[in-house]
Structure formats: structure tokens, C-alpha cells
Design a binder for this molecule. Structure first.
Ligand code: COA
Length: 455
């Protein structure tokens, strides 16, 4: 059995404000045992052994000094890194060695770091250097109003659990100090209220409250007739969350245009007839995928992603296409389209769409996309607003081709032309209306006369 003792804290008695261990608990080297606090600083005392706490010798409120036994520990077989001598002998804390020393946080709300040997004039404190915590630095150097009492280990736990502003947590400890339990309770409550809001309201109310929107309507649907409640599928939940984020975060604009695909459709049918008997049919989507890549080469901004203030321009051409599956929408990606011909692309669309419907699509088959196409062509519609698939900056929506009466100058009459509606949504932070109009018009030209693809 070994003793876990208070290291050199400078010959003074300092009260314990938190005890992090209990009898029977397992601790590892560097786990905090207790937190001490004087009127100038607080400090976690870490364990120097790994093992099981056999007897706890202190409690909150006790005043302790150097060499006082905190607990008895039965050491485990794990090899410990004994840091006690360093703790005792070296009082200067460096950022690099931060984890090996008792972590000290100043409670001094003035702009200046404490003087050496100043935990009740004994511990040397280098506050902002010793604790790489933005909150603490803010407290020390900006002399802010919203000071929160919390030990370094509590702050560390808060950071690990994603609490960006510890001042939001209500402290239940001595002098309203924030404890580990307060942090856990705060996170638990935040999670519960988020789940509650999403379940009850069908919307993200925390976002709504951030935007200062009125409450989501609460309706007892059963009051008006029979209902059936059905959980969203896993894919619906995942894609829904992505679509929601993209819709809210990206300033979308949609340009609608049309392409005369009369000749292209004749060509497609001819190819399919030549290939009659083969299993794979060439659909319009394969031609669209190829044409989009030629347009991306002409307008490289559409083949980019916005990262901070920079555009990442991609030199590869991977095109995603929305595929409808019994469980929801997925977007498989055809890689390196610029190196592939129409038949190869058609084959790949077929394979990927099959895999999507069977639920056997692999994660990497949905990654690396540069631009997406959402085709409702087999279904109908005239225009729609496809939602950009972040971090891409544009998406092409395609509706059902229809026969349109077009004025023919030569013949001085209207002639029927098969016309494909194109709806291009783009991110207005990256692309402007002129560029989008040109992209759509160029795509229309390519589809109207597919020979242009080879130019
Ligand atoms: N106009 C007219 N006909 C069209 C067309 C268009 N724009 N696009 C496709 N068609 C035709 C095809 O040529 C085919 O006709 P055919 O049998 O006479 O040759 C028929 O519609 C069926 O095509 P489909 O099997 O759907 O193939 P596809 O390559 O067009 O599409 C998928 C494949 C995977 C994209 C499609 O099955 C799918 O899932 N679409 C839904 C996408 C989606 O959910 N989008 C919305 C996202 S919010």
C-alpha cells in the first residue's frame, strides 16, 4: 500500500475545494485527486501512481499542507511514471510539461500574472503559460467580468465535452465553484432538452431560438383524424441533417434554363438499339454527367469548395448523382469522369444505383464528389431547387424532357423540339448570377450539339 501525499505547496495550509476520488476507485498517473484553492490560485493535485484507492484520508473543506496523506493506494502492475520529485523540486511550469505537474490556475483577476511564490506567497505561478485554456487566458489578461471559478481539470472536462463558454455552467460548489458534476449535469441537460425539442417539435429549436423565431407549432394531429406515427429511416435522418445544414448555411440561388436534346435523344436511342440485348441501357444521365465535366473545365469555379476565405479548386472531376432508394436519398459518386466514356459512365451509374438500392453502397463510393446531379427526369416536373451538396458549390437539377414548339427561321414555322429543363443551384458566396447563367447556357449548347464535347 502506498501513500498519495500533498506535494510541496510552499509550507502553507490550503483548503480542499474538491475531492475527485473515492474509495475503491481506480486512478491512473496524472488523474486529479483533489483540488486546492487559496485566495490567489487553485491547483489540482494529480496522482503519481496507478492503482486502486483503498482509503481516502481527506474531505472537502480540510486544510492540507505538504506531505499530508490524501489517500492510500494499492498500486497496480502498470508501470508508473513517478513525477513526485519533479513536482516537489521544480516549481516552474512549462506548457510542454503541463500534464506532468499540478495544474495551476490563477484566481487573480488583475492583468498581471502572479508573482513567483505567490500562492499565499509560496507557489510559483506562470498562469497563461501553464494552462493552455482560452478561458483562463481571457480571465487573466482581459480582466473580464464573467469570471467562473473552476479548477483546471473541470475546465479540461468542459473543453472535452464541447462547452465553449464555461460561464454558462452554474456552479454548485463552495463559493459557486463549478464542479465536475456540474459540467456533467449541464451536458446531460443540454442533450436531453435538444432531443426533447427535436422529438416534440420536428425541428431544431435551439437553432430557432438562436434565430429568434417563434415556436414550432404543436398540433395534436390525432384530434383531427386517424394517424400513423413512423420513425424516419437512418438514411433519411442522415441526409435530412445534411440537407438542413446545407440549406441554412449556403446562400442558394437557382437558375433555370433549357436544352434542346432532340438530336442527343435520337443518338441515345440509336446507341441503345445497336446495343440491344445487352443488359445495360444508356440513359440521359450518362450524357449529362459527361457534359457537366466539360462545363466544369470551362468554369473551374464550379469545381471548387469554399474553405474559410479560400477556394479549393479541384483538378479532378468526380460527379455525384442523387439516387432514390427505398430507405431514402443517397448520392453515389462516379470518380474521374474525364477519363471515362459514355458507356463506362452508364455502366457505373447502373452499378452504383443498384448498390444504393440494395443498401450495399460503400462509404468511399459516396465520397470525393465535386459536383452533383439530381435527376427527376424519369418522373416529371418542370423546375425545382436542388439543395447544394456541401462542401460542393453547385448542383444541377434535371426535370422531364418535353416537346416544345420552337420557331424555326428556315421553315418559317414552329417545330417540335425535345427540351430538357435544367435547374442549377449555386452558392452565391462563390458564384455570381452571370457566371451561373453562362454555365447553364454552355451546358445547354453541349447537350444540344453533343459534338461540342470533343472540342
Ligand atoms: N427526361 C425524360 N426522360 C428521362 C429523363 C429526362 N430528363 N431522364 C431519364 N429519363 C428516362 C430514361 O431515359 C428512361 O427512359 P427509357 O426507359 O425510355 O429509356 C427512364 O426515364 C428511366 O430512367 P432511370 O431508370 O431513372 O435512369 P436515369 O439514369 O435517368 O436515373 C437514377 C437513374 C439513379 C438517377 C434514378 O433512378 C433516380 O434514383 N432518380 C431519382 C433522383 C432523386 O431522387 N432526385 C431528387 C433528389 S431531391
Amino acid at each position: 500500500m502506498l501513500e498519495l501525499k500533498v506535494p510541496d505547496i510552499g509550507g502553507v495550509e490550503v483548503p480542499i475545494i474538491e475531492v475527485h476520488i473515492k474509495e475503491g476507485a481506480t486512478v491512473r498517473v496524472d488523474d486529479p485527486l483533489i483540488t486546492l484553492e487559496s485566495d490567489k490560485a487553485s491547483m489540482d493535485i494529480p496522482s503519481i501512481y496507478t492503482g486502486t484507492i483503498e482509503k481516502l484520508m481527506v474531505k472537502v473543506g480540510d486544510k492540507v499542507s505538504q506531505n499530508q496523506v490524501i489517500a492510500l493506494i494499492s498500486q497496480s502492475q502498470e508501470k508508473d511514471i513517478n513525477v513526485s520529485s519533479k513536482v516537489v523540486n521544480e516549481k516552474i511550469i512549462t506548457q510542454k510539461e503541463e500534464l506532468k505537474y499540478p495544474v495551476i490556475e490563477t484566481l487573480n483577476s488583475t492583468n498581471k500574472p502572479n508573482k513567483p511564490n505567490d500562492l499565499n506567497n509560496s507557489i510559483e505561478v506562470k498562469p497563461a503559460i501553464s494552462v493552455s485554456n482560452q478561458n483562463i487566458e481571457t480571465v487573466i489578461f482581459n480582466n473580464v467580468q464573467h469570471f467562473s471559478h473552476a479548477s483546471p481539470s473541470v475546465r479540461k472536462l468542459a473543453r472535452e465535452l464541447g462547452i465553449s463558454n464555461i460561464a454558462q455552467v452554474k456552479g454548485s460548489g463552495l463559493k459557486n465553484r463549478i464542479t465536475h458534476d456540474d459540467i456533467k449535469a449541464y451536458v446531460k441537460q443540454a442533450l436531453q432538452s435538444n432531443i426533447h425539442q427535436q422529438t416534440n417539435n420536428g425541428s431544431n429549436n435551439s437553432l430557432a431560438s438562436n434565430l429568434n423565431l417563434i415556436e414550432w407549432p404543436q398540433v395534436d394531429f390525432a384530434k383531427f383524424g386517424a394517424i400513423e406515427q413512423k420513425a424516419l429511416s437512418r438514411i433519411q435522418k442522415l441526409s435530412g441533417a445534411n440537407l438542413h445544414r446545407n440549406w441554412v448555411m449556403i446562400p442558394h440561388v437557382t437558375n433555370n434554363d433549357e436544352a434542346d436534346i432532340t438530336e442527343l435523344e435520337k443518338f441515345r436511342k440509336k446507341l441503345n438499339n445497336e446495343d440491344a440485348g445487352k443488359t445495360i441501357k444508356i440513359t440521359l444521365l450518362a450524357f449529362l454527367v459527361k457534359a457537366v465535366v466539360v462545363a466544369l473545365k470551362k468554369f473551374p469555379t464550379f469545381n471548387s469548395s469554399l474553405v474559410g476565405d479560400d477556394l479549393i479548386l479541384k483538378k479532378y472531376f468526380n460527379i455525384g448523382f442523387a439516387a432514390d432508394t427505398p430507405n431514402g436519398l443517397v448520392v453515389p459518386v462516379i470518380k474521374n469522369v474525364d477519363n471515362k466514356g459514355i458507356i463506362e459512365i452508364a455502366n457505373e451509374i447502373n452499378d452504383l444505383a443498384q448498390a444504393a438500392r440494395n443498401g450495399t453502397l460503400k462509404v468511399d463510393q459516396m465520397q470525393g464528389g465535386c459536383f452533383s446531379i439530381s435527376s427527376l427526369g424519369a418522373i416529371g416536373g418542370t423546375t425545382f431547387t436542388p439543395i447544394i451538396n456541401a462542401p460542393e458549390v453547385a448542383i444541377l437539377g434535371v426535370c422531364k424532357a418535353y416537346q416544345k414548339a420552337m420557331w424555326c427561321e428556315n421553315k418559317q414555322q414552329f417545330v417540335p423540339r425535345l427540351t430538357l429543363p435544367l435547374s442549377l443551384s449555386w452558392d452565391h458566396r462563390v458564384i455570381d448570377g452571370v457566371m451561373a447563367g453562362k454555365f447553364n447556357a454552355y451546358l445547354g449548347q453541349l447537350l444540344s450539339d453533343y459534338r461540342r464535347i470533343s472540342l
